[in-house]
Write a protein that binds this ligand. Structure first.
Ligand code: GLC
Length: 603
């Protein structure tokens, strides 16, 4: 063979080898593709297996303030129905309505005088059925507020109970006075206090007894030791389940039972700085909340709800984490699907203690205390608490929506938080909330819940497009001209836009099923990693401080060098972190209160 021939042969051989290589590679690639397809299918199945409430955002509507269809100045059911498309486009899966039942409105619907009808302020049963249809047609679930602890003092049961008319005589918690003073004035059985201030006991001349009210005097506590009461409340539940509602939020559950001996006093709260003896926090509540029988009643409701397919139960309990976890039940005795996780509210009443570290601690606290096999949830605001933008800072609105929507579990969003609504200053004269009113003109600002209950800001029209009335039950925020749905809808970057993208993003299996880790946590910053099998991983980075911070997200972590920005807070306008940009994770700058979401391959 000549040298030339030799070279030629070698070349040919090489070519052949290369072709074989490519073939092999191709086969490998094909195999891999098949794997990914298989995996994708598997992941889709993973999603399908879950009940709807595990993949949904729960959106809380305060019906008085969402949309007024009649011009009464108060929102109503048809108003809510007219916003069904908005809710669908927002990407939420379930709408929880604060109470819409017949009520004298002493506590704006939480004082119910008929559990199986709609208050005329909100509409009627026909309107309710229409709303349900509109929601269901858009694959939105409807959750009602179930208020078992008390009724209105105008409820027929109570009026008859006062008169000792059977079977209502023992429907409420009635007790004889502890004694009388020299002038014949009756003393209440014990020192128990109302959550809304003052004695929890109210004297009724006609019956010559006190009744218990853990909230307003207009909200007498039902006697859950009476089996007839238990049945009545179950009937009310059935009424709505039969009508097609998808579940309940159970109100004020921990107050359901009290100690049998109503003549025993509760002790003074230790380490409390409250010196007003009529304020609820003055006492330690050892006899009036979290009684063991509460869990029996809850188990009965769980069983009832389970008779219907695909229905859901979440419960309101403000308690320490250990106590709260009991409301989940366990594998063999399931109770609520979840008790609300109020840690993000309780721990962060102001920005003062909001740090990367404290946010991680709060997340860990829920995750590590939650019973095996249970599902977490995250609540950042509601009708009883100051709004996120006012409580923690408007610069944090997007970051905190990112947080609750991208953590494992079900997020709960209070209406208006998706556009970053703020508390409204309500003067003493305009104050509606009975809790505020009970503290008088000097102290009401600290306690009134009105500021967070103002009309939803739909547009820049008068009353923010919420109502055509001259005056609304609470005034709309003056910032409505710039802060509203219509403006944010059109803006290139907005809170609403971020929220919609988030609700879309969280459908990915990584967020539904993925693991949770904290690759970097400092005083200012928390980085939250979500990863699942071979699906893309996501890193949410939040700067909790009010100033710019630059972080090295790679140092000491196994994160890749580069991440692609998926989404960021509207407060950031720099080119470096524009969505779609590839960013060196070793050098990321976040403006104050900002959240950025990065995506990369498997880690
Ligand atoms: C719950 C509600 C609150 C209401 C109270 C009494 O805490 O969230 O708004 O005033 O119960 O029903």
């Amino acid at each position: 063979m000549t040298k030339e021939e030799e070279e030629k042969e070698e070349e040919q051989q090489q070519q052949q080898e290369q072709e074989e290589m490519t073939k092999e590679e191709e086969e490998q690639q094909q195999e891999q593709e098949e794997m990914t397809k298989e995996e994708e299918e598997e992941e889709e199945e993973d999603l399908e297996e879950l009940p709807w409430w595990k993949t949904s955002i729960v959106y809380q509507v305060y019906p008085r303030s969402f949309m007024d269809s009649t011009g009464s100045g108060v929102g109503d059911l048809l108003g809510i129905a007219s916003k069904a498309d908005y809710l669908r486009d927002l990407g939420v899966g379930a709408v929880w309505l604060s109470p819409v039942f017949t009520s004298p409105m002493a506590d704006f619907g939480y004082d119910i005088s008929n559990f199986t009808d709609i208050d005329p302020v909100f509409g009627d049963l026909q309107d309710f059925d229409f709303l349900l249809e509109e929601m269901h047609a858009r694959d939105l679930k409807v959750i009602l507020d179930f208020v078992p602890n008390h009724t209105s003092d105008q409820h027929e049961w109570f009026l008859k109970s006062v008169r000792r008319e059977d079977p209502y005589t023992h429907y409420y918690v009635w007790e004889d006075p502890a004694g009388y003073n020299a002038s014949g004035h009756p003393f209440p059985p014990s020192n128990w206090l109302s959550v809304f201030r003052g004695s929890a006991w109210e004297w009724v001349e006609e019956r010559q007894q006190f009744y218990l009210h853990q909230f307003l005097a207009e909200q007498p506590d039902l006697n859950f030791r009476n089996p007839a009461v238990r049945e009545e409340m179950k009937d009310a539940m059935r009424f709505w389940l039969d009508r097609g509602v998808d579940g309940f939020r159970v109100d004020a559950l921990k107050f359901l039972f009290e100690a049998r001996n109503a003549y025993e006093d509760e002790p003074r709260a230790q380490d409390s700085d409250v010196d007003d003896p009529l304020q609820y926090e003055f006492l330690e509540h050892t006899l009036t909340v979290d009684q063991p029988e509460t869990f029996e009643a809850l188990a009965e409701w769980r069983a009832l709800v389970a008779e219907y397919e695909g229905r859901f139960l979440m419960v309101e309990v403000y308690a320490d984490v250990n106590e709260t976890m009991k409301y989940y039940g366990n594998e063999s005795h399931p109770l609520a699907d979840f008790p609300f996780n109020f840690l993000l509210i309780d721990s962060f009443q102001s920005r003062d203690n909001l740090t990367g570290e404290s946010v991680m601690d709060v997340i860990d606290e829920w995750m590590t205390n939650m019973p095996e096999g249970k599902w977490p949830n995250w609540v950042i605001g509601n009708h009883d608490n100051s709004r996120v933008a006012s409580r923690l800072g408007s610069d944090l609105v997007d970051a905190l929506n990112m947080l609750i929507l991208l953590l494992p579990g079900t997020p709960v969003t209070y209406y208006g938080e998706e556009i970053g609504m703020e508390d409204v200053f309500i003067s003493w004269e305009e104050t509606q909330d009975p809790r505020g009113l009970n503290f008088g003109p000097e102290r009401y600002l600290e306690f009134s819940r009105d500021p967070a209950r103002t009309p939803m800001q739909w547009g820049d029209e008068p009353n923010a497009g919420f109502s055509p009335a001259n005056a609304t039950w609470l005034p709309a925020n003056a910032n409505l001209t710039s802060l509203n749905v219509a403006t944010q809808d059109e803006a290139e970057a907005s809170h609403l836009g971020v929220y919609r993208q988030l609700s879309e993003l969280r459908r990915e299996v990584t967020f539904v099923r993925g693991d949770l880790a904290f690759p970097l946590v400092t005083e200012e910053v928390i980085a939250i990693l979500r990863s699942y099998k071979r699906a893309p991983s996501y890193l949410l980075v939040i700067n909790t401080s009010e100033y710019d911070v630059t972080v090295d997200l790679q140092q000491g972590t196994t994160l890749p060098e580069v991440g692609t920005v998926v989404l960021r807070s509207v407060t950031d306008t720099s080119d470096a972190t524009m969505p779609g940009s590839k960013v060196q994770l070793s050098n990321v700058t976040l403006v104050g209160g900002e959240g950025i979401i990065f995506q990369f391959g498997q880690v």
